[in-house]
Design a protein around this ligand. Structure first.
Ligand SMILES: Nc1nc2c(ncn2[C@@H]2O[C@H](COP(=O)(O)OP(=O)(O)OP(=O)(O)O)[C@@H](O)[C@H]2O)c(=O)[nH]1
Ligand SMILES: [Mg+2]
Length: 371
């Protein structure tokens, strides 16, 4: 397998040679794998590029890509593009240049890929992994909390470390995602790339790593910009998933149900039926339509079949009562406080509460994902 190892550098003159030496030592014995090291340097003022150029003379499997400073994400993307287009790599690795990531762990990453994983990440937050014990409390909290926000915010809690930059993945993910990755210029690139790979179905493996503080040079991360980018990313993705996910379909199904309810009521009243009965028949027809459409479309991936269908349909009717109570309760409280004429002001939020209730019941009870 051809592995391209991307090493982004900005002012890493004191670290880069040592990292390359150590990486070479651990990758040499890897039979069946051919590694190329791509240093992506943003014309570091400290002369990192000169060190790499000198190193290349005796180590031809080292490549230097120089560019202007546009952020870590842009640098990683340049490295990916070179790995795909120029090297024809099968797998791509990323490692920080500041020796925070231990190169001796790299063999475990390769084994995990050999064993069938698609995306291997170095993890500080699983058993066997760690962050530096000498970090102050605020830095530990910042690191753990930041990671937790991403982990739970994006809703893939089985992956423990989202913000690290030590990874190895199949090049196919970089090929499929590189166009979309263009918009993530900074450190959020790491999170976005992992997230999008998971959405494409990547099987993630985590290797415990000890993260050590850099000894030379300075951190380039700008905390306020990073926090803003991460929160924006997590929020946007959740909204996107909510809009394009089952919720939108649920609303469409609900609207069809509402139309069925209204039409049947009007037809039956025209035929001479009492509106109360017409309304009840219409409501039950809407419930049947909602149940079938939700089962086949909204929650089609968790479709209920066979004899369970009858039990679940009964459950569906019972949970729908909750929405009716919420709607009626809101109207009751509102009219009690502000007078009967104001009922429309409370009918609308009442319908909204009922909608949320139904969605929660359908997704968490009726069409609950079996674990
Ligand atoms: N080419 C390039 N590399 C960058 C840029 N920003 C950071 N890097 C590199 O990305 C890696 C991680 O950056 P660090 O500044 O160490 O950030 P960090 O490891 O997330 O944070 P610390 O825990 O403070 O070290 C290092 O190898 C940096 O040299 C950039 O704009 N361009
Ligand atoms: Mg670092």
């Amino acid at each position: 397998m051809k592995i391209a190892v991307i090493i982004p550098t900005y002012n890493e003159r004191e670290n880069i040679r040592s990292l390359l030496d150590r990486l070479l030592a651990v990758t040499k014995p890897l039979a069946h794998h051919q590694c190329t090291f791509i240093v992506v340097d943003d014309t570091s003022p400290d002369g990192t590029a000169q060190v790499v150029k000198a190193y290349r003379k005796t180590h031809p499997n080292t490549v230097l890509i120089s560019g202007k400073k546009e952020g870590l994400g842009k640098a990683l993307l340049r490295g990916m593009t070179y790995a795909i287009d120029d090297l024809g790599a099968d797998a791509i690795a990323q490692i920080d240049a500041d020796l925070s990531h231990d190169p001796t762990a790299f063999g475990k990453f390769v084994s995990a890929l050999d064993n069938g994983s698609d995306f291997v990440i170095g993890s500080r937050y699983i058993t066997g992994g760690s962050i530096p014990s000498n970090w102050g409390l605020h830095r530990k909290i910042y690191s753990v909390l930041g990671n937790a926000v991403v982990r739970y915010g994006l809703g893939f809690s089985s992956v423990h470390d989202w913000t690290g930059g030590y990874r190895l993945y199949r090049a196919s993910y970089a090929k499929r995602l590189r166009e979309q990755m263009n918009k993530y210029r900074g450190y959020v690139f790491q999170i976005a790339f992992l997230y999008k790979s998971i959405l494409l179905g990547a099987d993630v493996a985590e290797i415990p790593i000890h993260f050590s503080d850099r000894q030379f040079g300075h951190s380039k991360i700008a905390p306020s910009e990073y926090i803003r980018d991460v929160l924006t990313f997590v929020f946007r993705q959740r909204v996107k998933r909510a809009i394009y996910g089952p919720f939108l379909k649920f609303c469409v199904v609900g609207s069809i149900g509402f139309a069925i309810n209204t039409i049947i009521l009007e037809v039956l009243v025209t035929l001479g039926m009492h509106p109360a009965w017409g309304s009840a028949v219409g409501a039950e027809c809407a419930i049947v339509s909602n149940f079938l459409l939700n089962n086949n479309w909204t929650f089609g991936t968790k479709k209920i079949a066979g004899i369970r269908l009858i039990r679940k349909f009964f459950q569906f009717n019972v949970t729908s009562l909750g929405a009716i109570f919420l709607q009626a309760g809101t109207v009751l409280v509102g009219t009690h406080l502000f007078g009967i004429q104001q009922y429309r002001w409370f009918y609308v939020p009442g319908v909204g509460f009922g909608l949320l209730w139904n969605y929660a019941m359908y997704s968490r009870v009726i069409w609950r994902q079996k674990r």
